[in-house]
Design a protein around this ligand. Structure first.
Ligand code: G3P
Ligand code: CA
Length: 252
């Protein structure tokens, strides 16, 4: 299918808030998503991982140590244990009581308040774990408002098999020799290289567009690079500074 993710000529860069508005609010929390929306970003990037009892939760690190008042690997903690954690105080006292969200809670919040989700399946996932993520997306009727991305090709293969209707993105730290071939093989909506990777070969953007594949670049926080990516034809930018990128877009 043609990618609706491809930016029309003259349109601004699509702003994707990295872990929410993670410089001004605690990352991967609902208050962080709200801060991103207030800053003009209607796409939120989040990371999803299962708890010990298989419930998908929104968390970047493999442990809760850095971003909550708890300790331990998320895959060793139950949903009930995770529910009791404070995921806001580490960032600032005013955020005390923010939960580490379940994916269901985040989808519920986005479906009612607005916003779309660039959902990173973080780390290896079994087919069953991917199926649980898909069940949540479908039950919240968010399939048209989610793009699933991962560094893990197997997670994307599981997603494609289980949910052909979902848009997919492949995260890469270095460029593939032939990004178009890889994108076709995985039927990607978007190819998602790091900024450094794309800087080496910006011409691949045109090749991917010719193949109907969009390009989303991570994680870019300076106007110098936003300008270069816009000129290269990139469609979407994942940034820690969503309000600033929205303002930069509007000022152009
Ligand atoms: O969305 C891409 C980017 O988030 C990947 O890096 O470590 O922030 O998940 P990381
Ligand atoms: Ca991520």
């Amino acid at each position: 299918r043609p990618s609706v993710w491809i930016r029309p000529d003259g349109a601004p860069l699509r702003v994707v808030a990295h872990r929410g508005a993670s410089l001004v609010a605690p990352e991967n929390t609902l208050v962080g998503d709200e801060a991103a929306r207030r800053g003009g970003a209607w796409w939120i990037e989040s990371d999803v991982q299962p708890s010990r009892d298989g419930v998908p939760h929104v968390l970047h690190d493999s442990t809760v140590d850095r971003t909550t008042d708890g300790r331990g690997a998320i895959r060793d903690l139950t949903a009930a244990e995770l529910r009791g954690l404070d995921a806001g105080s580490w960032f600032g006292a005013q955020y005390a009581g923010q939960h580490l969200p379940t994916l269901a809670a985040q989808l519920e919040d986005l479906s009612t308040r607005g916003g779309n989700l660039l959902l990173e399946i973080k780390g290896p996932h079994t087919r069953r774990q991917v199926a649980r993520i898909i069940t949540e997306i479908r039950s919240h009727r968010m399939t048209d408002r989610v793009l699933v991305q991962s560094f893990d090709v197997n997670a994307l293969r599981h997603t494609r098999e289980l949910a052909p209707e979902l848009a997919l993105g492949l995260l890469r730290g270095t460029l593939d020799a032939d990004p178009v071939a890889v994108s076709k093989e995985l039927s990607l909506t978007s190819y998602n290289p790091s900024d450094a990777a794309l800087a080496d070969r910006p011409a691949v953007v045109g090749d991917l567009h010719d193949a109907g594949v969009a390009v989303t670049v991570w994680t870019v926080d300076t106007a110098t690079r936003w300008r270069a990516l816009l000129a290269a034809g990139v469609d979407a930018v994942i940034t820690n500074r969503p309000a600033e990128l929205s303002g930069w877009n509007a000022a152009r």
